[in-house]
Design a protein around this ligand. Structure first.
Ligand code: G6P
Length: 614
């Protein structure tokens, strides 16, 4: 949440900052701001709303400066207005700061500063932080770098910050704890700073991921210096960035979401490639092979995640229980971390996170780690905090996901979890070889099946036209399709603002059935498999109450077609792989409905892609 960028070098900072903010806008879009330093004064602009508003504002003013900072905000403290927008300045106006995170002890710090005469313009915790740094700097007489370090030692909470001092045009200071921050190292004293690597990739491939409780000094002449809050000197570890620029651009699509939906055959292929060895008849995942015993001896698997990743976790529960015969519990990370859970040393904890930055998931990991469990991460963003906090893991190779509503990350997560379940089952001897080989071949064919599903786009669009004005929708599925029902409902509500609920199809009669009338679209995943007949009965129940049925069925299905108002046909696959294939038409349905309702599908209101606050 909140995107931050910084630049120091010989180029004009503003174009680099604004482009960076556009790339980071998925992290929050309540307000945006920039400050460039030029000849001892700041060109500082900030305003409510999206980065485009900021651009219009800056267009009328002077934006020069060869160093600067920029911020796009997801509001935590204080309303999303101009005054609360970042950057925030110190009382004397010499320092400006941008911040991603939450300063938990800000009110204590604020009171103390107020008694000393500090006055605040905004309601933010960030303004308190910059005043506090100013105060420590003035009182100690130390360098600003030292003062930042000392001030942060007093701060409770999460932060990624960048700070400039108008009296010092040669240095930028940044620091991080629990919020992400990447430093791009250019040539000749040029540095880029950002919340993720997307604003940096077109300028340099050399990056340093700052660790928690590290403070960095970026000096035009002296280069990069990093110390910990405890004042230990760290040698910067420069890594090569593997991201490609095309991967973070829209590539001819109207939105990132649509592009990402269409990328799924490729992203699933990339996620299973090299791991699914059909000629050997085996699944090879280094994170599982290297910790073989942890998996074979596991008495339980705990899955922690949030949002769409939690839905992928639900699918994984079915997969691990069916194939590997290990009991699984799936937990919302936010609940798990605060309820004193029983965690045993023989537990394996799987943490699923697209961004690898979700604060609750990270906290759940830390808790499970403290209690001795083995932690395995399934992340999409390489080098992210969660991927570094786990004992081992497997990346989903979905490529950067920019649309706030997750699509390709979900199918990549399920694909990787699928491979993991097979790999563990193979090691534990809980799956017959012929079944293993059949499932491997079937998984390998999923990208082609999704290509086929994408051909239903026009038909889905036609259905969207009919139901775009609904105020409620119900999604039903059984077994492996229950998590898909949840995910379908989440996609619809987050981008089109239509209230939607996902339910196990049979459970419908214990509540939601009361809502069904001729206005209510009921989307049912009714593919042929073990619970097909049962789902057909549930469809009958909906029909008897005059509900409108949109069913996802297998190609050639006749039974459901006679009952449903509309059917969308998808290729047949094994029950266990249905979630990956059947979620695609639901993504398309939400997408078209949202576009028809005039919603911004990439940046739905109030949401952010990377939730770095709890
Ligand atoms: C936010 C995003 C969702 C995502 C969830 C968990 O709510 O909008 O798309 O599923 O966070 O994020 P993670 O990065 O941990 O998967």
């Amino acid at each position: 949440m909140c995107g931050i960028v910084g630049y120091i070098g010989s180029k004009e900072a503003y174009p680099i900052l604004i482009k960076g903010l556009q790339r980071l806008e998925y992290r929050g879009y309540d307000s945006a701001g920039v400050a460039m330093l030029h000849e001892g004064s700041f060109n500082l602009f900030k305003c409510k709303g999206k980065v485009a508003n900021l651009e219009s504002l800056v267009a009328q003013h002077n934006s020069v400066g060869d160093m600067g900072i920029g911020h796009t905000r997801w509001a935590t403290h204080g309303a999303p207005n101009d005054v609360n927008a970042h950057p925030h300045a110190s009382g004397d106006g010499n320092l400006v700061l941008i911040h991603n995170g939450i300063i938990e002890n800000y009110s204590t710090l604020k009171e103390a500063l107020q008694t000393q005469g500090h006055q605040f313009l905004s309601d933010t915790d960030t303004e308190v932080l910059v005043h506090f740094i100013e105060d420590v700097h003035a009182k100690t007489g130390l360098s600003l770098f030292e003062a930042v370090r000392l001030a942060l030692a007093e701060v409770v909470g999460a932060y990624a910050i960048v700070l400039i001092d108008k009296r010092n045009p040669n240095q930028l200071i940044c620091a991080k704890k629990s919020s992400p921050l990447v430093i791009g190292v250019g040539d000749h004293g040029e540095f880029f700073i950002a919340s993720d690597a997307t604003p940096i990739v077109e300028y340099t491939k050399n990056v340093v991921y700052l660790n928690d409780e590290e403070v960095a000094l970026l000096d035009r002449n002296e280069g990069l210096k990093i110390v910990t809050i405890q004042n230990q000197i760290k040698v910067p570890y420069i890594q090569a960035l593997e991201m490609k620029l095309e991967a973070i651009e829209k590539g001819g699509y109207d939105s990132f979401m649509l592009k990402e939906i269409h990328e799924q055959p490729r992203s699933i292929h990339d996620s299973i490639r090299g791991r699914l060895n059909l000629s050997l008849g085996a699944v090879r995942m280094s994170g599982i092979d290297e910790h073989s015993e942890k998996w074979t001896q596991a008495t339980r698997i705990l899955i922690v995640a949030c949002g769409t990743s939690w839905h992928a976790g639900l699918v994984a529960e079915y997969l691990f229980e069916e194939f590997a015969r290990i009991p699984v519990e799936v937990e919302y990370a936010s609940e798990f971390r605060y309820r004193d859970p029983i965690i045993l040393p023989t537990d394996v904890v799987i943490a699923i996170s697209q961004s690898g930055e979700t604060a609750d998931t990270l906290a759940a990991i830390e808790l499970a780690k403290e209690r001795g469990a083995f932690i395995f991460g399934v992340c999409n963003v390489v080098g992210s905090t969660i991927s570094r906090a786990t004992h081992s893991g497997a990346y989903t190779h979905a490529g950067p996901e920019i649309g706030v509503a997750s699509t390709k990350a979900f199918t990549a997560q399920v694909s990787v979890l699928y491979l993991m379940a097979l790999a563990v089952a193979e090691k534990r001897g809980t799956i017959a070889q012929d079944r293993l080989h059949r499932l491997m071949a079937e998984l390998n064919s999923v990208p082609d099946k999704i290509e086929e599903v994408l051909q239903t786009n026009d038909q889905v669009k036609m259905i969207a036209e009919i139901y775009k004005d609904s105020s409620n929708a119900l999604y039903l599925g059984r077994g492996y399709s229950f998590p898909v029902a949840l995910e379908g409902a989440l996609k619809l509500k987050e981008i089109s603002y239509i209230h939607a609920e996902g339910y196990p199809a049979a459970e419908m009669k214990h509540g939601p059935i009361a809502l069904i009338d001729e206005e209510m679209p009921v989307i049912v995943i009714a593919t042929q498999g073990s619970s097909y007949e049962k789902v057909v009965s549930n469809i009958q129940e909906v029909k008897a109450r005059k509900g409108k049925i949109i069913a996802i069925v297998n190609i050639g299905d006749k039974t459901v077609r006679e009952l449903a108002d509309y059917t969308i046909e998808i290729p047949k696959t094994d029950d266990s792989l249905v979630p990956i294939v059947s979620v695609v038409p639901l993504q398309l349905l939400s997408y078209h409905i949202a576009v028809m309702r005039g919603c911004n599908v990439d940046q739905p209101r109030n949401l952010a892609k990377s939730v770095t606050v709890e």
